[in-house]
Write a protein that binds this ligand. Structure first.
Ligand SMILES: [Fe+2]
Length: 314
């Protein structure tokens, strides 16, 4: 598989960073995130695995102790409740890095994406875990995805794979349950790119970048954080609590701009809560009052007074 291009040399040079972004749609930086902040984050993850009695030690690599892995959780509510990613990005050392890279103050979209992937020895390590683009169902907001490895992730441990050079083809479609570009050629095999990821590295990529996660056929868990950043100078999402909702409109009470009312139409991408899953489920307009009642924490994106996306957030 192709090796990601490292962009550390361009840090501090806005024009060089912008050139790389325009051409490649991603920046891969080596060893730029503070190791103490990462260690604190990793300890939170590992304590969850320890509580499941799947690792023996809280230090070093999260080696699987061999106990049967049954009903491995799809989400880790305790990490959400402890506001683990929020504390991580508040760390001045971490915040400063992302502000420098993006050249602006940053608004972090409130979506939890704690990734803990259990090993499946003998499994197909080339398994496609959901080819997609993060922008496919998130119109109205210009975010970048920041993928942060928390342990040593070689090809067996798996991790993120992106399609170099394929980010300017628009969005893929789902046809007969299969995701891919319907116009033009299929994604060339030699565009798939990855690296041997280590704590300290970060891969930041554009929302139209096709990507997937390799399976984990190693002897350890794979730990990563996947968070999304918006430049403060661009369109921010409407984040707050539902004050009133119907099939036609929603009023959201926000900290930053008081009450905001947005209209819902047939084009609005609506999602409702999906307990036990990080991915809210699609709903239709008639379900809005019941699925997103007053008091629900939600995020919306907008075009004028129209909601493009309306979804609960954790
Ligand atoms: Fe993704």
């Amino acid at each position: 598989m192709r090796e990601l291009i490292v962009s550390n040399h361009a840090l501090g040079d806005r024009q060089a960073l912008d050139r790389i972004w325009t051409e490649h749609g991603y920046w891969f930086f080596r060893d730029v995130l503070d190791q103490d902040a990462l260690a604190a984050l990793r300890r939170e993850y590992v304590s969850q695995l320890k509580a499941l009695e799947l690792v023996d030690s809280e230090d070093g690599e999260p080696l699987w102790n061999g106990r049967p892995i049954v009903d491995f959780p799809a989400t880790f509510d305790a990490l959400h409740q402890r506001r683990v990613w929020q504390s991580f990005v508040k760390d001045p050392r971490i915040n400063a890095f992302f502000e420098e890279a993006l050249g602006d103050e940053i608004y972090w979209i409130p979506i939890d994406y704690y990734r803990l992937v259990a090993p499946t020895p003998g499994g197909d390590d080339k398994a496609y875990l959901g080819l997609h683009q993060d922008g496919m169902s998130n119109p109205g907001i210009d975010f970048v995805t920041c993928w942060i490895p928390l342990n040593d992730i070689d090809e067996k441990v798996g991790g993120l794979v992106i399609a170099e050079g394929q980010h300017e083809r628009g969005y893929m479609d789902v046809v007969d349950g299969k995701v891919g570009f319907t116009a033009g050629p299929v994604i060339p095999e030699d565009s798939w790119s990855r690296a041997h990821y280590r704590p300290g590295d970060v891969l930041i990529f554009i929302k139209s970048m096709p990507h997937y996660g390799l399976g984990n056929s190693s002897d350890r868990f794979r730990l990563s954080l996947d968070i999304r950043a918006v430049r403060r100078s661009s369109n921010l999402p409407v984040v707050g609590t539902v004050k009133a909702s119907s099939a036609d409109q929603v009023t959201i009470t926000t900290d930053e701009s008081g009450d905001v009312t947005l209209y819902i139409d047939d084009e609005t991408n609506l999602r409702g809560p999906a307990p036990g899953s990080p991915n809210p489920l699609p709903i239709v307009r008639a379900q809005v009052p019941e699925q997103l009642p007053p008091g629900t924490a939600v995020m919306a994106t907008r075009e004028g007074e129209r909601a493009l996306v309306l979804r609960p957030h954790l």
